[in-house]
Ligand binder design. Structure first.
Ligand SMILES: [Zn+2]
Length: 202
């Protein structure tokens, strides 16, 4: 019998029986339990996975990472993201199987964070405002960064006049393509912050 991997070397361990476990986003995982359904997302390009238990079903929800596999268990089924690489460090188990899956939600984060309706809904009853929003466009080429992309959205700024809560679009001030290659980090808004504006005019 092979020595079990030292679970202290792994960030997370699933050692239970007949459980469904989401191990979260981790750099390494050891599965020592039996008959568990385990979901995990790699937090690093070289994700280490130990399969020491038996009859488990493990899904690694990655995109282009490498799985470094230490397998001593039997009859486990392992599902990897379609384009992930597999490196077998040790392969001593029996009747284990590996399949490929496409994890759509992980691969295509939604680019649209503020829709037109949401932007207009935030306007007051009177005044002229500049609203910023994002909208999907039918293009497979991003005119902002030049990449071919599966999804391209347009970022638009419009000048809007509000009178008694009725809104009239006076015109498009600016528009710009955005795709997954040049997308803004999710924690920055579409607009400049007040602090940023003050620094410009100082
Ligand atoms: Zn782009």
């Amino acid at each position: 019998m092979s020595p079990a991997p030292d679970t202290d070397e792994y960030e997370a361990t699933v050692g239970s029986e007949r459980e469904s476990v989401d191990a979260g986003t981790v750099e390494s995982l050891a599965v020592t339990g039996e008959r568990c359904a385990v979901d995990v997302t790699p937090a690093t390009d070289e994700f280490r996975l130990a399969l020491a238990g038996d009859n488990n079903s493990v899904r690694v929800r990655g995109s282009d990472e490498t799985v470094v596999l230490d397998c001593t268990g039997d009859r486990n089924s392992l599902a990897l993201g379609e384009e992930m690489a597999l490196q077998r460090e040790r392969d001593e188990g029996e009747a284990n199987s590996i399949s490929r899956e496409r994890f759509e939600t992980e691969r295509e984060p939604d680019l649209v964070r503020t829709t037109r309706d949401e932007a207009y809904a935030s306007l007051g009853w009177f005044g002229v405002d500049l609203v910023s929003y994002q909208t999907s466009v039918e293009r497979d080429h991003c005119r902002y960064c030049g990449h071919d992309a599966e999804r391209v959205i347009e970022r638009r700024e419009e000048k809007v006049l509000s009178v008694f809560g009725l809104q009239f679009t006076l015109g498009t001030v600016a528009s710009s393509d955005e795709c997954s290659f040049c997308r803004e980090p999710a924690d920055t808004g579409v607009n400049l912050s007040d602090r940023e504006r003050r620094e410009i005019y100082r």
